[in-house]
Structures are given as C-alpha cells and as structure tokens.
Design a protein around this ligand. Structure first.
Ligand code: ADP
Length: 287
C-alpha cells in the first residue's frame, strides 16, 4: 500500500476549518531567502488560508542580529509563533526558539513543551509536527506498535530524537541509528517498522518482507528541482506492506499537524476541548 499524504492531510484539514468570526492568528518569522525555506513557509501560509486562519509573515535579512530577532518575537501578539528553520549559523537556534512564549510555540520545540511530552510523558495538546505526522500515519493504518521492533534512522532534535521517545511511549522497542551506526542494513532488515529521517538518498535499500516503511528524508534528487526521500522507493515498495512516498507522504501531514497544534492552542485559550492523540500509552508514566 502506498500512502497518499495529500489526501489524508486534506481530509484532516477539513476537520480543522475555523468557522468562528474571531480567528486564530499565526506569526511566521523567516530569516534570509533560501528557496527551500520559502517554499515550506508558502505551504504553511496556504494551509492557513485553506482552514480560514490568519497568518502573517515577517521576512528578515540573512544577517539580522540575534537581539533584533528576539525583540521582534517578544513583541508579537499572535496566538501561535514559529521561526522557520534552519537559521543562519550566526544565530543561536535554541535561544531564539526559547524566546517564543511556550504556550505559543506551535512547532512544539520549546524545552518546556518537549520536556512535558517526552520526559514526563504528559498527554499534551501539542506535539512536534513531523513526529506527530508519523504517528498519525501509523494510526491511519491502525498499526499497533506495542512490542514491535521499530528502527528510527536519525536522532535529530526536530525528528529522530522526539520520534524515538514518542514511540517508546507507545511501548515499541526502538532502535535509533545515526551517522556512526555500524551495520545499518542489519538494523533495517531486523525491523517491523522502519522510519528514516537522515536526509540521505537510497539509504534504505531493502527491508524485511511486509515491513512498514515511513520515509521522512528530504534531499535534492539527481534531476534539478526534484526532491527525494531516504528510501529506494522502486525496490522497497515491492517488499513493504505500507510505504510512504516522497514527495506526497509525510510532508503534507507535517503541515497538517502544525495546523492542528495551532487550532489546539486556540481552543485551549477559548476553554474548548482540544484534540489529544489518544494512543500515547499511560504505561510510560510508570516507567
Ligand atoms: P532532520 O532535522 O531532518 O532530522 P538532520 O540533518 O538534522 O535532519 O539530521 C540527520 C540525522 O540523520 C542525524 O541524526 C544523523 O546522525 C543521521 N544520519 C545522517 N546520515 C546518516 C547515515 N548515512 N546513516 C545513518 N544515519 C545518518
């Protein structure tokens, strides 16, 4: 089965459409003019428009000073705030993320939010967007991860690390692989579920027959302007029971999860019930 991320994202987005007269407002800070970052930001703006959310973009020059950016963030009165990553090297990413009030941290990257969710195992109205997208895809297919062997490739702050902790919270047995992992192919072949977030084309060339394969990787393809994932799709699609393509798999779902975080921030503010991922296990709280 080949997952259709655009279709599922669109159907979830329909459920998030805001119909009230007063609407939530998202503020996006973009530094520089990298085409990739601009394209991600445009997709976020488009999703806001689709579900009737106001969005405002603040575009800073590549050499903006850290203090200036932080002052701007602190002055924003939006319901949700995000800073598009990556940032130029002269800026301290963590200081900038932490200048966003944690209750407005729609990307869910502030240590307060990550700690609540990943360390203390609190069921929470927000989740980091890409890991949330992966969980949502597993839920869509009703995949039960309890006791399953899951290999996560990549341990980044944005994807691999939070995802591996969330999967542990769902009681999966998680192996985390990274740049220095020896015998990567063995860890891949051993897994019931392979999730690759390394940004390295054709890293996953073979999987166990019937494995579930989720491709979070994004790299420039050989053809200009084409993006590719980490998985050798044409080979692995014949081995996997479920596989996500790039593009059109995890990507659209990630934006959809961003919108869900924003709607939850808004609902919480209004005293309305928020969406909480129901399958995060309570067992984790006792570990
Ligand atoms: P992202 O934020 O999209 O996850 P990063 O570039 O920050 O991407 O992180 C990439 C991750 O993938 C790192 O944790 C790195 O160790 C891992 N990685 C990169 N190349 C390989 C590889 N060849 N084999 C296994 N892991 C890799």
């Amino acid at each position: 089965m080949i997952f259709n991320g655009n279709q599922l994202a669109n159907s979830i987005l329909q459920t998030l459409r805001v119909t009230s007269k007063i609407k939530p407002k998202l503020g996006i800070c973009l530094v520089g003019d990298s085409p990739a970052s601009k394209s991600y930001v445009n997709r976020k703006l488009k999703a806001c428009q689709e579900i009737n959310i106001d969005a405002e973009l603040f575009n800073f020059s590549e050499n903006v000073e850290q203090d200036q950016l932080i002052k701007h963030i602190q002055s924003m009165n939006h319901d949700g705030i995000l800073v598009q990553l990556p940032l130029p090297l002269h800026l301290n990413k963590l200081d900038i993320i932490h200048s966003i009030p944690y209750e407005k941290d729609v990307d869910c990257l502030h240590m307060h939010n990550l700690q609540r969710i990943l360390v203390y195992g609190e069921l929470c109205e927000m989740l980091p967007c890409t890991p949330a997208a992966v969980l949502q895809i597993l839920d869509y297919y009703d995949v039960n991860v309890i006791g399953k062997k899951v290999t996560v490739i990549g341990r980044s702050f944005l994807v691999g690390l939070p995802l591996s902790l969330l999967l542990q919270k769902r009681n999966a047995t998680v192996t985390v692989c990274h740049r220095e992992t020896l015998n990567l192919d063995q860890h891949i072949m051993n897994a019931d579920i392979v999730i690759s977030a390394a940004g390295h084309p054709k890293l996953v060339r073979n999987v166990k027959q019937g494995a579930i394969v989720i491709d979070v990787g994004i790299s420039q393809g050989e053809q200009k302007g084409r993006i590719v994932g980490d998985v050798d799709f044409n080979v692995v699609k014949n081995q996997a029971s479920i596989i996500t393509p790039v593009p059109g798999g995890v990507g659209p779902m990630t934006i959809c999860m961003l919108m869900r975080n924003l709607c939850n921030i808004w609902k919480k503010k209004q005293g309305q019930p928020v969406y909480i991922n129901p399958k995060l296990s309570d067992a984790y709280l006792n570990d």
